[in-house]
Design a protein around this ligand. Structure first.
Ligand code: SF4
Ligand code: SF4
Length: 447
């Protein structure tokens, strides 16, 4: 593992220098939490990066495995008092980890397959279509109940366990190019649908659109939009990421302008309701040297900034309990907001979604003890590192369950699938997107 290799030029690029090895980042690190070894902590990885750069350590399969165990959650960046940008370090390191000799043929094939499917909604849907008969069926209950997937290994077990019920709506993109505001128009925005979100939880985008329109916000939805590149970005597949990012910017350009379907009026922002996507979308200038004509914002960030309209606030009603009884001041509806890593650590957004949820009458926010620790989803981490992800998912589910909340608000599709997997099946419906809760409260979605 040590010595012999040429210096890994650019791997750390001096960004590791501020690290004083204090270890303040260790308690927040999800991989250190479950693996417990220094090499699987931020401090250990920074040490390895420095050693690689100095030519004292080879980037071999063992060393690479300690970088693969990193979730890219960036909790260490938030925790570091010295301002070490571990996010930049791991982003630089990841493309090098994709070298063929650093992973087993099975791991390489699995990653290649996932990157060839997940960012392409049409391919994903073609694969999922036959799975519709299976998801939610008695056969699936039998397979899960008997643990039959364990015969196929931990990765495929995780894949099956994360598969949600597949709604027909997730197999089509029947969105208007321009969805007009209700009442006087306050703003005009674009909406990125997300590739995984639109297939696996299509109700979220429906809720986002309804909430935005009801707040006097016109929404432009380019029909040819694909993936933003977040999945491949997270894996260090930079060529694919740049290609997807360029295509998405072009999809917006294709509908905006004189004589085009959405017309020439500029957008105030380009919004997204999946925080993993938002983090990558906000990096376009750095990744591809250009971006949209309007700034990117998470939907919570934008709505919090412009404020819910008076008309929308008047529509808000207490959320009903499962038995249909509305929440009251004496018996409020308890909701735990789950902080997605790419929202809290990646974009610095923590108060915004909580403020929006607090607009719902008789909603009581509860806080998880370890709100800043990753749930184990982390892009495709829970498929390629299933053991670590399973442990983190169990810890997160226990933490959220410990709040006593009846509902969990999750603003990232990956986290939502991970949380639904690790909460008891009967608790699965507890996890909803904050925009769904706002839409339900405003009577914009059926209860
Ligand atoms: S990354 Fe920051 S918090 Fe972690 S050991 Fe280095 S200086 Fe300390
Ligand atoms: S990104 Fe997350 S998992 Fe990776 S070193 Fe930082 S805290 Fe640990």
């Amino acid at each position: 593992m040590s010595g012999g290799s040429p210096p890994a030029a650019g791997l750390a690029a001096g960004a590791a220098d501020p690290c004083v090895h204090c270890g303040f980042c260790l308690p927040t690190c999800a991989s250190y939490r479950v693996l417990g070894t220094e090499m699987d902590s931020p401090r250990g990885r920074i040490h390895m990066l420095k050693a690689i750069e100095a030519g004292e350590l080879s980037l071999d399969a063992t060393v690479a495995s300690h970088f693969d165990s990193c979730l890219g959650c960036f909790a260490c960046v938030s925790a570091c008092p010295s301002g070490v940008r571990y996010d930049q370090l791991i982003e630089e390191a990841r493309p090098r980890l994709n070298a063929a000799e650093l992973r087993s043929p099975w791991q390489q094939s699995l990653r290649r397959l996932l990157l060839a499917l997940l960012p392409y909604p049409q391919r994903l849907r073609a694969l999922l279509q036959p799975m519709r008969l299976y998801s939610g069926s008695g056969l699936q209950r039998l397979v899960r109940g008997r643990g039959l997937m364990r015969l196929f290994g931990p990765e495929l077990t995780a894949l099956e366990a994360l598969l949600p019920p597949l709604a027909a709506e997730g197999f089509q993109d029947s969105w208007p190019v321009v969805a007009p505001a209700e009442g006087p128009r306050r703003h005009r925005v674009g909406l990125v649908l997300g590739c995984v979100q639109r297939s696996f939880d299509p109700a979220v985008n429906r809720a986002v659109l309804a909430v935005l329109n009801a707040n006097g916000i016109e929404v432009v939805i380019p029909p040819q939009q694909g993936c933003c590149g977040a999945v491949s970005h997270h894996q260090g597949a930079m060529e694919q990421t740049r290609s997807l990012a360029g295509d998405l910017v072009a999809a917006f350009d294709a509908v905006l302008g004189p004589g085009r379907p959405a017309g020439p009026e500029p957008l105030d922002a380009v919004l997204v309701a999946a925080s993993g996507c938002g983090h990558t979308l906000k990096s376009y200038d750095r990744l591809i040297g250009r971006s949209f004509a309007a700034p990117v914002a998470d939907v919570h960030e934008f709505l919090d900034r412009v404020g819910l309209s008076a008309a929308f606030r008047q529509r808000l009603r207490p959320l009903a309990a499962p038995d249909g009884a509305p929440a009251t001041a004496e018996a409020p509806r308890a909701v735990a907001y789950h902080d997605a890593c790419h929202m809290i650590h990646g974009q610095g957004l923590q108060a915004e979604p909580r403020r929006l949820l607090s607009a719902i009458p008789h909603l009581q926010l509860r806080e998880a003890v370890e709100a800043g620790v990753c749930c184990g989803s982390a892009g495709i981490y829970n498929l390629v590192q299933p053991r670590e992800a399973e442990e983190l998912g169990r810890l997160k589910a226990a933490d959220l369950r410990g709040t006593g909340a009846e509902l969990i608000a999750s603003a990232n599709i990956g986290c939502t699938l991970q949380l639904r997997r690790h909460l008891e099946p009967s608790e699965g419906a507890m996890v909803r997107h904050p925009m769904e809760l706002l839409a339900l409260s405003a009577g914009l979605l059926p209860a």
